[in-house]
Design a protein around this ligand. Structure first.
Ligand SMILES: NC(=O)c1ccc[n+]([C@@H]2O[C@H](COP(=O)([O-])OP(=O)(O)OC[C@H]3O[C@@H](n4cnc5c(N)ncnc54)[C@H](OP(=O)(O)O)[C@@H]3O)[C@@H](O)[C@H]2O)c1
Length: 280
């Protein structure tokens, strides 16, 4: 869908926002599909989020992404929240409708599953128990995606057990919340391990988790993408486990947003991946 008489606009609102890879990603696709427009970083303070979002239709924006600290606050501002975003408890994409109303969506769950399938096309959520470490914002999207894909047993380990229990209660489904002391026992017989904590990302220590009890056939996934190979993924690879890093989640969550704004479902190609990897 091209609009020669209309300069296409979208962006990402955050504070801070300059670290975001989204402008590189969406501007690459705008160029690749021959669309005239741009995607900009928008440094928006929390107290200005409402005004900034409400300005999108008048400015001619098709929509925007949201990053820290706006994902939860936007739920109460937009005119419509889709059911998946409501369950995840966060909005990462705003779409401006023809009548100027704002729809809140969340594509992190889609991005997560697409990234796992890209790495392991035959992956199935119901192949066996899944151990998920972490109960923050990223974990919420991962858990919802795994439940929706038919996971039959999810062992949710979080440093703060009360937070894990609350999340298990809220999301329902086959989740059992476990304490930090049970994290290694939770790996026994697991078909998949997901790190959804911040442990292992640049500036943080590695995730404190011995993999001895994990079957070598288990898929090990880390949603961290800086560095591309965390200490957890390196340890898993060295003992023979298949691995998937967090970059695919980031790349794939952007596709339905681009589609919702500009009418084209873009592809994640090796060239795009290499371009983004060069910046991480
Ligand atoms: N690939 C992607 O597209 C994508 C998307 C979202 C997030 N992420 C990445 O995922 C990571 C987590 O992000 P988030 O937004 O979910 O963060 P968050 O909401 O702040 O949650 C942080 C999680 O890490 C746990 N944690 C923090 N310090 C810990 C420690 N010392 N030991 C054990 N657990 C600890 C927290 O446990 P408590 O509950 O006990 O505090 C919580 O479960 C970040 O690296 C982020 O970049 C990637």
């Amino acid at each position: 869908m091209t609009h020669p008489d209309h300069f296409l606009l979208a962006g990402v609102m955050g504070d801070p926002v300059m670290h975001s890879r989204s402008p590189k990603l969406h501007n690459y696709w705008l160029g690749k599909y021959g669309l005239t427009g741009t995607y900009v970083p928008l440094a928006i303070k929390a107290e200005h989020l409402r005004a900034a979002l409400r300005a999108l239709p008048a400015l001619g924006f098709s929509g925007c992404n949201l990053t820290i600290p706006h994902k939860e606050a936007a739920l109460a501002i937009v005119d419509k929240v889709d059911p998946l975003a409501r369950r995840i408890g966060a909005v990462n994409c705003i779409v401006v409708a023809a009548d100027g109303s704002l729809a809140g969506q969340n594509h992190d769950a889609f991005g997560y599953i697409e990234s796992v399938r890209e790495a392991q096309p035959k992956w199935r959520a119901d192949a066996g128990p899944i151990a998920v470490i972490g109960a923050g914002g990223g974990a919420r999207a991962v858990l919802v995606s795994l439940i929706d894909q038919g996971a039959r047993e999810i062992r949710l380990v979080n440093r703060t057990l009360a937070r894990g229990k609350a999340l298990a209660g809220e999301l329902g489904g086959p989740i059992t919340a476990l304490g930090w002391g049970e994290r290694e026992a939770a790996l026994e017989g697991a078909a998949m391990l997901v790190n959804a904590t911040n442990q292992g990302m640049v500036g943080e220590p590695p995730l404190d988790l011995a993999l001895d009890a994990l079957p070598v056939s288990a898929l090990v996934s880390d949603i961290i993408y800086i560095p591309r190979e965390t200490a957890l993924l390196a340890a898993a690879r060295e003992r023979g486990n298949p691995t998937v890093n967090g970059l695919g989640m980031l790349l794939h969550q952007a596709r339905p947003a681009f589609h919702a704004w500009f009418g084209i479902m873009p592809e994640v190609t090796p060239q795009l991946r290499a371009m983004i990897e060069a910046t991480t």
